[in-house]
Design a binder for this molecule. Structure first.
Ligand code: SF4
Length: 308
């Protein structure tokens, strides 16, 4: 038997000697041939002992079969309590489980996937949906009050329920709509900052592309301006050949596709033909009969050409 690993309490002798009983139980629970050497025992309490056996199953390195045996008070018969496979101190374990919401990475979503947004998501804060305002046909609404005032003056086109729900100019809903806040939730300050940090990291002034760029996006004709406070630092690139096409870019980003950075070279123009009308170029009419080479024109022929 291997050296016993005991706790402070005294190990029951009969339970400690029941190694064969424990091995038989482990072999019954395990696949054939995977129960190895006895690897120690632990006293769990009065007359309760757990025996350990090495596990030889592939993929379970460092795991041990733990068989607990027990004995009743004043009884000599040791009985089986339980058999279980447990990891040892150097066991090969699966990585700790991580919830999907923490495992999710940008780009993981595919078509048809739904990504629920936490009600307490810090990136969002309440917007103005108009739900707090009375509907246009409610007796207490501003629209209804104006309608009552004008009741005698003109005939409305239909019942109040058919009136348009477009917010009145100057109302809270109209202002909220103008500011882009007329949604149940809008981007919070924190959400704005984390988005700006992310974009700055991907398409900001510190990227290698921007460092090698001839000019920055702020002076580029392909930059589409953004509204709101983000427009002070970011814009949208609309150059299909640029690496950031369709992306939000920092105004201090830049690339070689800058609209004004490189001037398109003009195609080379051929030199104008030079016509010399002051001299005569001799041109042989036929090759010389003996050499086959082109003979020079005779003085007579040249003179004729010169007079013609
Ligand atoms: S083309 Fe280049 S410089 Fe111009 S906006 Fe796009 S990324 Fe900026």
């Amino acid at each position: 038997m291997s050296a016993a690993t005991t706790r402070s309490r005294t190990t029951d002798r009969l339970c400690a000697e029941a190694v064969d009983l424990a091995r038989t139980a482990a072999e019954e629970a395990a696949a054939p041939g995977v129960v190895g050497e006895h690897a120690g025992l632990v006293s769990e309490g009065d007359r309760v002992v757990t025996h350990f056996f090495e596990c030889k199953e592939l993929g379970y390195r460092g795991w041990r079969w733990a068989v607990t045996v027990a004995r009743a008070s004043r009884a000599k018969l040791v009985t089986l309590d339980e058999v279980v496979l447990l990891p040892g101190s150097d066991a090969l374990l699966a990585p700790e489980w991580v919830p999907w919401s923490e495992r999710l990475r940008p780009g993981d979503m595919g078509p048809g996937d739904l990504l629920p947004t936490d009600a307490e998501d810090l990136r969002l804060e309440p917007g103005y949906s108009g739900e707090d305002e009375p509907p246009p046909n409610a007796p207490v609404s501003e629209e209804m009050a104006e309608l009552v005032e004008a009741e005698d003056a003109e005939v409305t086109a239909g019942p109040p329920s058919t009136l348009p729900v477009v917010p009145l100019r100057g109302s809270i809903a109209a202002v909220a709509e103008e500011l882009g806040m007329r949604r149940s939730r809008v981007l919070s300050r924190y959400g704005l900052h984390v988005a700006a940090d992310r974009w700055e990291e991907s398409y900001g002034s510190q990227t290698p592309m921007a460092q090698a760029a001839p000019a920055t996006c702020v002076s580029c004709g392909f930059l589409v301006a953004l509204g709101g406070s983000l427009g002070q630092a970011f814009g949208l690139c609309a150059n299909e050949f640029a690496p950031a096409d369709g992306r939000v870019v920092s105004l201090s980003y830049g690339c070689g596709g800058h609209s004004e950075a490189a001037v398109m070279p003009k195609p080379p123009r051929p030199a104008p033909p030079v016509i010399d009308e002051t001299r005569v170029d001799p041109f042989p009419l036929r090759p010389a009969p003996d050499s086959g080479s082109v003979p020079e024109a005779s003085d007579e022929a040249a003179a004729e050409l010169g007079h013609s």
